[in-house]
Ligand binder design. Structure first.
Ligand SMILES: Cc1cc2nc3c(=O)[nH]c(=O)nc-3n(C[C@H](O)[C@H](O)[C@H](O)COP(=O)(O)O)c2cc1C
Length: 223
């Protein structure tokens, strides 16, 4: 698959077939994605790949914590609160698209809770990747993490896999630390749910929108 097709084909997948993803395939994807650039080539990313019983126990812990009403405690800077901004408009549009596809009506609180619970359950993907960085690194390393995360998703596309980069998966870092032995010296940044897409799952029909490039680009010195 050429790179333009891969970028155009990748989309966030939120419903997966149960088919397992082999360690060999995930290892191959991660080793290719590690060709991603990073500032001064520091390669700050550290991966924890999870499947099977351990992933299932994390799903259950996350879901229980979410249902308890616990406040998420992400270890990366987030921009969840966006009142009155164009960013909020885009965020609301995404939510509306997903709820419409999933048949979750306005005012259906339990439907919304159930949907968010699916998020902390890694959308029931057969595998997930947690990306961490050493606590000694400044926030600049987060840019490198974003680059490698997208590279993983693009490489996965080549192998017919679907991905969703997910803040929800790492909303409760203490659960991941306990289940995966990730030490306090590492900052847990983001997760990627990964598996074979279930194309019959309604949310996977989403076509997220983008601004027109001419509205977000300033040109100087061109004809
Ligand atoms: C840093 C980051 C965190 C994200 N967290 C979540 C998440 O917790 N739950 C979710 O459903 N999607 C999450 N997404 C996916 C975005 O919603 C998605 O990328 C965006 O809507 C664009 O859609 P597309 O990926 O299908 O092109 C995240 C994406 C990024 C880059």
């Amino acid at each position: 698959m050429d790179i333009v097709k891969a970028v155009g084909t990748r989309k966030s997948i939120r419903g997966f077939k149960p088919d397992p993803v082999s360690k060999e395939l995930l290892r191959n994807i991660l080793s290719i994605a590690c060709r991603a650039p990073s500032g001064s080539n520091i390669q700050p990313w550290e991966f924890t790949a999870i499947t099977g019983d351990v992933l299932e126990s994390i799903r259950q812990d996350n879901a229980r914590r979410y249902r308890s009403g616990a406040t998420p405690a992400p270890e990366r800077p987030t921009s969840e609160k966006l009142p009155g901004s164009v960013y909020r408009v885009r965020q609301v549009e995404l939510g509306s698209q997903l709820f419409r596809l999933m048949g979750i009506a306005r005012g259906d609180d339990e439907g919304r809770i159930h949907w968010r619970e699916r998020g902390v359950r890694f959308f029931d993907a057969p595998a997930a990747i947690i990306i961490s960085v050493d606590q000694s690194l400044e926030t600049g390393a987060l840019l490198d993490i974003g680059i490698v995360a997208q590279t993983i998703c693009l490489v996965a596309t080549q192998y017919g896999l679907g991905t969703c980069i997910e803040g929800q998966g790492v909303a409760y870092p203490d659960i991941l630390r306990k289940r995966l032995g990730i030490p306090a010296s590492k900052r847990i940044i983001i997760s990627i749910a990964i598996g074979y897409p279930d194309w019959d799952f309604p949310a996977n029909r989403i076509e997220s929108t983008r601004e027109d490039v001419d509205d977000i680009t300033t040109w100087y010195g061109f004809d």
